[in-house]
Design a protein. Structure first.
Length: 84
């Protein structure tokens, strides 16, 4: 009888990342920013997989962070981090 080697496949690990960014409002002397980018330092093999639409953020093409167009005031977001 040959011993069997069990093979267990686990679903990819998923983490949630909640935060609140405060982007200062500009004065008349300072023009408003066109965009803001948050780079998330993740271990190899992990990436930002999704972000709540209400945050107004989009995911960077490499999954390494989030981007906001025309950031103003407080920006709350919840992103999901998954393995690639």
């Amino acid at each position: 009888m040959n011993p069997a080697t069990p093979k267990t496949e686990l679903p990819p690990a998923t983490w949630s990342y909640d935060d609140l960014l405060h982007y200062p409002l500009t004065s008349f002397k300072t023009p408003p920013a066109a965009w803001a980018t948050l780079h998330v330092r993740l271990p190899s093999g992990l990436r930002v997989a999704s972000v709540e639409p209400a945050s107004g953020a989009t995911i960077l093409s490499d999954g390494g962070g989030l981007n906001w167009a025309l950031p103003r005031g407080r920006m709350a977001f919840k992103a999901t981090i998954r393995s690639q």
